[in-house]
Every structure is written in structure tokens, then in C-alpha cells.
Design a protein around this ligand. Structure first.
Ligand code: SAH
Length: 342
């Protein structure tokens, strides 16, 4: 007998969307976790230089949308714009900056951070961006998007729902999974539909008009199975259901599915490269040493330790991955050793 759908049960993606909307709208960001742009200014600077090169690759369009999805405190974009204003003034003049952010609290922080450089326009969704040449950045954006979880049990496929702070498995039809992953009985498989919608939208858009997108996130290169839903509260793992709305809920990004979907929709795909290799190729070490020679001994030590944290394999260097999507016909974006690898 299949168990009936419990009353008031909420599908995991609906639960995660609601919990995260509350979390991002009410908690000062980064009280529970720290991200690459907050670790070192070099992160945003390198992405600013990356964007300037990409703009040149696009033929230096007179107007270009520079957008960031989920900009948090606005630190990445502020560091990027500081570098662009100083080192690439022609690119700075061409910029029309858009931020994809749903939380009013975050929008306020972003407005302050960018005040010295630009007055950005806010959008709820990537799909709401105006048409035209586009450069889009997203650090730890995709991992916050709601996932669904399925398990194949001896009595057929089940999907995870949430009720009264506990998981429930509810019988369902076989999910449509876009790849050939090996499904062991009873293991959880995850599906992030909003991320695949983003990939599909960008693939179609880049096939029709010039654009390049860069996503950096923790996730897997080849598709894995297993439960990757995690909650962080006060920098410590918490139970994902107990701290609902009070903790940051994320899941690993399935870069294989993301890249394959973008490619099918029409984009060229690069990566997923490791964050360590990507940042090193962009000049992480050189920029760190440049800043360190101008700094006090103590500041130089902090800079070098931040760089180590971003790039060392045992820190963020391997766990975090970088994927670029481009319009077909554009040159390879900087930082990728090889082409599509999905
Ligand atoms: N990129 C930042 C912040 C990462 S936290 C950094 O690296 O520090 C995730 C960010 O995405 C927050 O700004 C959050 O408010 C935003 N966000 C989460 N879900 C979103 C959604 N569905 N649509 C738009 N923004 C979202």
C-alpha cells in the first residue's frame, strides 16, 4: 500500500524556496557563512578583469549589460567595478549594471556597496534582464535554488516531502533526469529545476544575441547521487528542517546537467574548471603579491592566507567549480584550459 500524501505536506523544493526567501529577507547576510568575495578583494577584481576581456572578445559593444545573480552584500561587484573603472575605462563607460536579487534587505546592502560606482537596476529573475549584449556573473547563486529529491525504492519511485519538521517519502512517477547517472536503489537523486531553467534560458538567449555567463559554486563535475541538502547556521552545520528560515539552505550544483542543458539550448559551455585552477590562470598569485608588496607585514600575511583559502585544493580550490556559457562563435573566455566538458 503506498503511503498517502500527508496533509499539509510540502514538496522539498517548495519548502526550500520558502525557507530561503525568509532567510535572505530577514538575516544579515554572511552571519552564518562566508563566501569567496568576502574572503579576498582579489576575487572580485579578477572577475572584473575577466569581464573586461570578455567584453573585448565580444567586439567592445558600445553598451553592455553587466549583471550579477545573487550579489549578497555587493562586494564582488564593487571590487570588480573598482578595478574596471581604474583599468578599463572604455568598458566602464559601456556598462549598464543589473542585479538579480529578491531580498529587499540585500538590495539595500548592494545599493550602498555600489554607490561609489553605479546606480544598478534590480531584477527578480535572470529572465527579466533586458535584451542586448550581456555579461552575467553568479557566485553561490545556483546552490541556493530549490531542489527536488527522489529515491527509487523496492516499491517504486518516491519523492521527498516535508511535514512537521520531518521528511516523508511519497510515491511518485519516475522523474525525468537529463543524464545517464547510475541509480543505486534507495539513494537520493536531486533535481534543481530552476537552475536548469536558467541554463535553458541563457542557452537560447546566447544563441540569438551575444552573451557570456560565469557561474561559480560548489558542486560536482560529473553527476553524482546522494543527499547534498545542507544547512549552515552560525557557520556550523544544522539540520535542514529544524532551522528552517534561520539557516542558509543549499545543495550541490549539478554542473553536468546545467552545462548539458545550456549546450542543448544553444550555448558553448566551458568547464566545470576548479576554482583554484581558474583563479590561478587569471593571475591570483600575481595580484596577491602586487597587493602584498604595498601592504604591512600583517596585511600581507592576511592577503596570502585568503588567497590560499580560495585556491588550495583542501580549502575551496577543488570543491568550488567554475562554468562559463557563451554565444557560439565567441572566443574561449579566459581561465578555461579546455572547452566543453559536460
Ligand atoms: N554572491 C554572494 C551571495 C551568495 S548568497 C556572495 O558570493 O557573497 C545567495 C544570494 O542569492 C543572496 O544575495 C540571496 O538573497 C540571493 N538569492 C537567493 N535565492 C534567490 C532567488 N531565487 N532569486 C534571486 N536571488 C536569490
Amino acid at each position: 500500500m503506498p503511503s498517502p500524501l500527508p496533509p499539509k505536506a510540502e514538496r522539498l523544493d517548495a519548502f526550500m524556496a520558502r525557507a530561503n526567501a525568509h532567510y535572505y529577507a530577514s538575516k544579515p547576510l554572511l552571519s552564518d557563512f562566508i563566501t569567496a568575495p568576502e574572503i579576498s578583494q582579489v576575487f572580485g577584481e579578477l572577475l572584473g578583469a575577466w569581464a573586461a576581456t570578455v567584453w573585448q572578445n565580444m567586439g567592445c559593444p558600445a553598451q553592455v549589460i553587466l549583471a550579477e545573480a545573487g550579489p549578497g552584500r555587493g562586494t564582488l561587484m564593487a571590487d570588480a567595478l573598482r578595478l574596471i573603472t581604474r583599468c578599463a575605462p572604455d568598458f566602464a563607460r559601456a556598462l549598464d549594471v543589473h542585479l538579480i536579487e529578491t531580498s529587499p534587505l540585500m538590495q539595500q546592502a548592494q545599493k550602498q556597496a555600489l554607490a561609489p560606482y553605479v546606480q544598478p537596476t534590480w531584477r527578480d529573475r535572470i529572465e527579466d534582464l533586458p535584451s542586448g549584449p550581456l555579461i552575467l556573473l553568479g557566485n553561490e547563486f545556483l546552490d541556493a535554488l530549490p531542489i527536488r529529491q527522489f529515491a527509487q525504492t523496492p516499491s517504486g519511485w518516491h519523492e521527498r516531502y516535508v511535514m512537521d519538521g520531518a521528511f516523508h517519502l511519497v510515491p511518485c512517477d519516475a522523474p525525468t533526469l537529463s543524464d545517464g547517472r547510475k541509480l543505486e536503489p534507495d539513494t537520493i537523486v536531486e533535481l534543481c529545476e530552476p537552475a536548469l531553467e536558467v541554463a535553458r534560458y541563457l542557452g537560447q538567449r546566447f544563441a540569438a544575441q551575444p552573451g557570456v555567463a560565469l557561474f561559480i559554486d560548489y558542486g560536482h563535475h560529473s553527476t553524482l547521487t546522494g543527499d547534498s541538502l545542507q544547512a549552515l547556521r552560525h557557520a556550523r552545520p544544522a539540520h535542514p528542517l529544524e532551522a528552517a528560515g534561520e539557516a542558509d539552505l543549499t545543495a550541490h550544483v549539478d554542473f553536468t546537467a546545467f552545462g548539458a542543458t545550456a549546450q542543448q539550448a544553444g550555448a558553448n559551455v566551458y568547464g566545470a574548471e576548479t576554482q583554484g585552477a581558474f583563479l590561478r590562470t587569471l593571475g591570483l598569485m600575481e595580484r596577491t603579491e602586487q597587493l602584498a608588496t604595498r601592504a604591512t607585514t600583517e596585511e600581507a600575511a592576511i592577503l596570502r592566507s585568503a588567497t590560499h583559502r580560495l585556491a588550495a585544493p583542501e580549502k575551496m580550490g577543488h570543491l568550488f567549480r567554475v562554468m562559463a556559457l557563451t554565444s557560439p562563435g565567441l572566443p574561449s573566455p579566459p581561465g578555461f584550459m579546455k572547452g566543453a566538458d559536460v
